[in-house]
Design a protein around this ligand. Sequence first.
Ligand SMILES: NC(=O)c1ccc[n+]([C@@H]2O[C@H](COP(=O)([O-])OP(=O)(O)OC[C@H]3O[C@@H](n4cnc5c(N)ncnc54)[C@H](OP(=O)(O)O)[C@@H]3O)[C@@H](O)[C@H]2O)c1
Length: 286
Amino acid sequence: MTEEQSAVLVTGASGGIGAATARLLLDRGHDVVAHHGRRREAVDALVSHAESMGRRCWPVQADLGEMSGVQHLVSEVDRLLVEHDSLPLKGLVNNAAKLLGPSFDAADPDDFDLYLAINARAPFFLTQQLSRRMTTGGSIVNVSSAGVHFSSPGDIVYAMSKAAVEALTRHAAEALAPRGIRINAVVPGFTDNGHPAFQDPAIRTYMAGFSVLDDVAAVEDVARAIGFLLSEDSRRTTGTLLDVSGGSTLGARPRTAGKVSLRSVVEEVAPLVPAPGASAQDEHVG
Ligand SMILES: NC(=O)c1ccc[n+]([C@@H]2O[C@H](COP(=O)([O-])OP(=O)(O)OC[C@H]3O[C@@H](n4cnc5c(N)ncnc54)[C@H](OP(=O)(O)O)[C@@H]3O)[C@@H](O)[C@H]2O)c1
């Protein structure tokens, strides 16, 4: 992606990885449509950052668990592009997700549908709809999870939703290629998104144990990989997964890791604490 004036939509720009990605794109000269769910204040900080650099950042709220929310986001992107001199849409980052899904034993159909709606259905329809607004050189980046690639029955529904994201990446690549649009995915492992659990030494050590590199990732590590896949530097890359998990998918993990889920560790060692501005229902560890 060249740095001519163009817009990129980042979903979940109020979260850890989404905010870091939006900031990186603003720093690289793009305008950003910063989608958020319940946390508007996190996106307000991005708007201030954009203004300080003479760029534009437009917040859009939408519940991606509902198709009406997906349609609202598409309409808002359309409106913003038209209002700003037919600004080209050069990128889409399907980052928003509901983390820490229910376990194999606990999942009920409503949980299942909600995870699949937010994590898989919304990226599919945003990709289908917004790729129609892109021209040659457009790039779509999905955010998957290392959790797809090792077994953890406690996180099965979340992992299934992310497996669908990886399938979307592979299958849409062929559909989009004739229009010169690429689609790829990043595969993060544990990434410090600001959730208080990452400050707990026992939980952090447990999470770092999945990686063959030190520690967990910083959100900027994932954002840079997304930035690469959005850029012209990856112009021959489509339909692929870029692992940014520090080797978490290689199989070297704590001996107990297959026996417990992240949910159980977080709940046992430090009951989930809502992130600032979030409700007690929020789950921000992936
Ligand atoms: N952090 C990790 O360890 C990790 C590991 C592997 C993969 N990932 C993936 O990385 C991506 C970003 O995760 P993160 O760690 O940055 O998480 P995060 O800080 O919890 O951010 C999640 C984002 O998704 C949005 N979101 C959640 N449900 C939504 C809904 N129903 N409608 C609209 N927006 C919704 C949230 O919006 P609001 O907060 O405004 O409601 C927030 O912006 C996700 O796809 C996640 O699966 C993360």
